[in-house]
Ligand binder design. Structure first.
Ligand code: PLP
Length: 442
């Protein structure tokens, strides 16, 4: 009731505009990573650790746009540097621009295994490109992903069990054939993965195994420390390429990404989010010169010499400059480490509150990626889809309502269950957030 009361009395402008949006935008709002219950918030301002909604209410921002803004939202030094670049060239030219190279060079500086990099438009696009590259390079057909992992919304990988959000990514409009060459292995289950690799020998072989290196859904189901190394071994044994999806972890898990953290080198790495520092068109794929040779130049693909990927706005000066300046600034300020410490402080405080109130929740983090889950979710048995579906449905509703309750107390989370911290999260911000969580839990 407190939550509903808050929204009805304090968020009238948000309600008015999101109601109006229903007439012209399918579903009202398209991109809302927080909650829809009782209605979505409309945001006017984002800065550092804070968001301001249309009614002027201020929130601590643990959504951080879904992960890209490790420096904090709307970070002025990057904005200023980007403005200088686009004052000269505009946001797009359709031709080569020096910041495409500068971005590739600075990624290589902090991730030496990314010897070459191709800029694209989103994490989804980058996954599509990596899968195509793996198929072209190996001459094999099948792709294996891990159940519950999210790799964007392209047909090939929108497949199977998801934790936590839904049972399956909405599969309407995806014919069976589109996922016919994708197989899914159970999380953390190397035995199943090996069996699928063996089975795939009769289906044209496995071109790639794609993993989120922290585990499905940005580590919602964390992997054991040696999981990625074991997957690397299996890929080598079967002649398959290992693709790391570092859309979330790239730069957030340190400037060396998850590859640096786990000490495992994939063949191809997919980037998104932070790779353009929170600016649009965040995506790209990189790897060793050998693994990237199949890309060729943008025009080569048309005559069949190489694969064709990319589009009108790929590698534009705006996104490339933003990525370059953001990475440079993250290195100068040590932002991933600072954000990680904020994540540690938030997680410790949340776990204390969970214990204080005896809640059926658990808080855990991988640096600046913080999870606040109903404690059942880690135990969910992926082999029992019906049970999983039922439990997840209940969980999803609960988490969304909790997300709205946190908002009513001045905190924005990702769907009530995940939080991204940033360099802007000082001890004061985290402690303020914890006292607000305390009120909600009470
Ligand atoms: N891969 C992972 C691990 C993600 O978390 C996401 C997006 O959240 C994607 C891929 C898709 O990236 P994008 O939303 O830029 O298409």
């Amino acid at each position: 009731l407190d939550t509903l009361n808050y929204f009805e009395t304090k968020c009238r402008a948000s309600k008015e505009i999101t109601e109006r949006a229903k007439k012209r935008i399918p579903g009202g709002v398209q991109h809302n990573l927080a909650f829809n219950y009782p209605f979505p918030l409309a945001v006017d301002k984002a800065e550092g650790a804070y968001l301001t909604d249309r009614d002027g209410n201020v929130y601590i921002d643990f959504l951080q746009a879904g992960g890209p803004t490790i420096l904090g939202s709307n970070y002025a030094p990057v904005n200023e540097a980007v403005a200088e670049v686009i004052k000269a060239s505009g946001p797009v030219t359709g031709l080569f621009h020096e910041y495409e190279l500068k971005l590739a060079e600075i990624i290589n500086q902090y991730m030496p295994h990314i010897e070459m990099y191709r800029s694209l438009g989103s994490g989804t696009e980058a996954v599509m490109a990596a899968v195509r590259a793996a198929r072209a390079s190996t001459g094999k057909k099948m792709v294996i992903k891990v159940g519950g992992a999210y790799h964007g919304w392209s047909d090939t990988v929108v497949y199977g069990l998801r934790v936590p959000g839904s049972f399956r990514m909405n599969a309407k409009g995806i014919p069976f054939g589109a996922t016919g060459r994708t197989r899914e292995s159970f999380p953390h289950d190397l035995g199943t993965l090996k069996r699928k690799l063996i089975e795939n020998r009769l289906r044209g072989g496995t071109a790639a195994v794609i993993v989120e290196p922290l585990g499905p859904e940005s580590g919602t189901r964390p992997v054991p420390k040696d999981f990625n190394a074991q997957v690397r071994k299996l890929c080598d044994e079967f002649g398959s390429m290992l693709i790391f999806d570092e859309v979330v972890t790239g730069f957030r898990t340190g400037l060396g990404g998850a590859a640096g953290y786990f000490g495992v080198t994939p063949d191809l790495t997919v980037f998104g989010k932070a790779v353009s520092g929170g600016y649009p068109m965040a995506g790209g794929v990189g790897g060793s010169a050998k693994a990237m040779a199949v890309f060729g130049s943008g025009l080569d693909g048309k005559n069949g010499a190489h694969i064709q990927v990319g589009g009108t706005l790929s590698a534009n000066p705006l996104s490339c400059a933003a990525g370059y300046f953001a990475i440079k600034e993250m290195a100068r300020t040590n932002a991933p480490v600072i954000a990680g410490r904020a994540g540690d402080r938030l997680t410790r405080g949340l776990q204390k509150l969970i214990d204080k109130y005896g809640l059926p929740y658990v808080a855990y983090n991988q640096g600046s990626i913080v999870h606040l889950e109903s404690s059942g979710v880690l135990m969910l048995d992926m082999r029992n889809p019906v049970k999983l579906f039922k439990e997840n449905k209940g969980r999803k509703k609960l988490m969304e309502q909790m997300g709205a309750a946190y908002a009513a107390h001045g905190i924005i989370t990702l769907a009530g269950s995940r939080m991204y911290t940033s360099m802007a999260d000082t001890d004061e911000v985290i402690d303020d957030a914890l006292s607000r969580f305390d009120q909600v839990f009470a």
